[in-house]
Structure formats: structure tokens, C-alpha cells
Design a protein around this ligand. Structure first.
Ligand SMILES: [Zn+2]
Length: 303
């Protein structure tokens, strides 16, 4: 299957969950989605927040993630060409973050929302991402997942089997990775930021080391033809996911070694990481923030 690659990384970065921490002083102007067909019936929609997958067919529509509230109008317009938002049968949330779930408010009026148990718990209560000074108030009932699972859940719609699998404590404590069996596509949620340092939400159960373990487990399951949809960044292949894994492990080893020498986080930030990783700090997360996230993961009590 053809792999689609985009060069418009700056648009994706501005449209990231860290948009509120942009240092370049301007806000995302995105008001529409960039749509990429992966097959005649599966599409990736890239707007302001996390990448959305859309599965279409005679039995209706399935969405994986729903972007920010301000993209809901554009999302509904996008779905018009597939029969309209009323045709949505299920919405799957990869995790609780607002750039993937705020659109629940609109889609949840038409279809049940599926997610890991911990996504439901978090969306029912007030959440905070201290690193970005971001607060998420409890969602209204129809915007909260009503179908939740603990380990894995299988959904078959339009001849496509979607295996929704929980990968513990990677990006958050409620991450799902979704394998589309027949089409050999995987939606990684925020277990994969293609080409740049990821945000790992240590405060809500994320851990850089476990993220690496989880990515390794996914790499075992996929092949060179698998289309890999990241939470953020361009549609990718197994090779890019391997690069991401190498970065996670390589940077963690470096921070761990410096901590073992007795260096403080500030001293490690002054020292920096090896030059081989510098291309990963392309605006989404600086090397300094990435070092702080790794250090926070390493000092975290394991579950
Ligand atoms: Zn996220």
C-alpha cells in the first residue's frame, strides 16, 4: 500500500496539543481538515489536534478520535461527503486529551463513544496538565465514553475488524492502539509522534520507558506494509515507528546516565543530548522539556 508523506510539518506542529504553548506567537488558523485516503473506504483527517481515522461503508461510519471543539463544524462538513454525521456508528477515543476528545460533544449526540475504562474516569472529572497550565473540566454525559473496556475490545464494522488494545502507562493511563486487521493499518494514538519529541503525560500515568516498551510490542505485530497513523505528524510506516522507538530508548539512556552521575535536571538541560537527536526538537517539544519529561518518568513509581 502506498505510504503518504507530508512536508507540512509546521501546520501539524501548530495544530498540536501544545498549541497553547506555542512559542512562535501565532495561533493555528486551521479551519478545515486535510483528508488522505488510505484505501477506498479508510481516510485520515488531519486538522488541529490528533489525527483522525475514518472508516466508511454500508454499515455506517467509525471514527477514531475527534479533534478539538473548534474543529467540530469542519468535522461535520467533512462527514457530509460520507452521508453525514448521523451515519457515525461508533467513535473511539485513543485517550482522554482534549485534542482527541473535545469533538465527543458533537459526535456523542449521534453515536456511542468507545474507550479504555480510565478515559471514562478522567473525562467524568476535572483534569489538569500542569506542564502546559491546561485544565479540562468534566465532560457532559453524552461526551463521555459509554462503552469502555479493560484489556482489549473487538469491533467489526464494514468488513473491517478493529482490535482496540490497551497499552498501559505509555502516553497516559488509558491509551488504546487500534489495529485495522484487514487493511493492515494501525492507529497509534499518542504512542507515536512521527518525527518529533512526544508529549508524555506523566501526571496522568504516562511513562517514557513504558511508551518505548509498548512501541516495541506494536513493532512486533506489524510489518513493512503496515500503514502507521501517528497521533501527531504525517502518516508513516514501520520504519518511522522504529526511528521513534530508537529515539525514545536512546534519549532515555542518555538522561539516565547523567542522572546516575548525580547531575540535576537543570544541569542535564544545560549539557543537552547527543547531536543525533537534534532533529527531533522541531518545535513541538524542546529538548529541555523532553529531558524534563524523561527525568520525571525515571523518578516515577512504577505501577
Ligand atoms: Zn495526548
Amino acid at each position: 500500500m502506498k505510504i503518504f508523506k507530508f512536508l507540512c510539518l509546521s501546520t501539524l506542529l501548530i495544530g498540536s496539543p501544545l498549541a497553547y504553548s506555542d512559542t512562535d506567537g501565532h495561533h493555528a488558523q486551521t479551519t478545515s481538515f486535510k483528508t488522505t485516503p488510505l484505501s477506498p473506504h479508510i481516510f485520515v483527517l488531519q486538522g488541529k489536534g490528533g489525527n483522525i481515522a475514518l472508516i466508511t461503508g454500508e454499515q455506517g461510519l467509525v471514527l477514531i478520535d475527534a479533534d478539538y471543539t473548534e474543529m467540530s463544524e469542519a468535522l461535520a462538513a467533512e462527514l457530509d461527503s460520507h452521508g453525514g454525521v448521523e451515519q457515525v456508528r461508533y467513535l473511539i477515543n485513543t485517550h482522554w486529551h482534549g485534542d482527541h476528545t473535545q469533538g465527543n460533544n458533537m459526535i456523542g449526540q449521534y453515536a456511542p463513544i468507545v474507550a479504555h475504562d480510565n478515559v471514562r474516569s478522567r473525562l467524568l472529572t476535572r483534569q489538569e496538565i500542569k506542564l502546559f497550565g491546561m485544565v479540562s473540566e468534566p465532560y457532559v454525559p453524552h461526551a463521555v465514553p459509554s462503552i469502555t473496556y479493560n484489556k482489549s475490545l473487538t469491533l467489526t464494522v464494514n468488513g473491517e475488524t478493529l482490535e482496540v488494545v490497551h497499552f498501559a502507562n505509555g502516553h497516559t493511563d488509558g491509551d488504546s492502539i487500534i489495529f485495522l486487521k484487514q487493511s493492515n493499518i494501525v492507529h497509534m494514538g499518542d504512542h507515536f509522534f512521527s518525527g518529533f519529541y512526544p508529549f508524555v503525560d506523566v501526571d496522568t500515568g504516562g511513562d517514557v520507558r513504558k511508551m518505548a516498551d509498548n512501541v516495541a510490542a506494536v513493532l512486533e505485530r506489524i510489518d513493512d506494509d503496515t500503514v502507521v497513523i501517528p497521533g501527531h505528524g504525517p502518516v508513516s510506516s514501520k520504519a518511522e515507528l522504529e526511528d521513534f522507538y530508537d529515539m525514545l530508548v536512546g534519549t532515555t539512556v542518555e538522561v539516565e546516565a547523567m542522572l546516575a552521575k548525580g547531575m540535576t535536571v537543570e544541569q542535564i538541560q544545560t549539557e543537552g543530548l547527543s547531536l543525533e537527536w537534534e532533529d527531533w526538537a522541531v518545535g513541538f517539544l524542546s529538548t529541555d522539556v523532553w529531558i524534563a519529561i524523561i527525568a520525571a518518568s525515571l523518578s516515577r513509581q512504577s505501577d
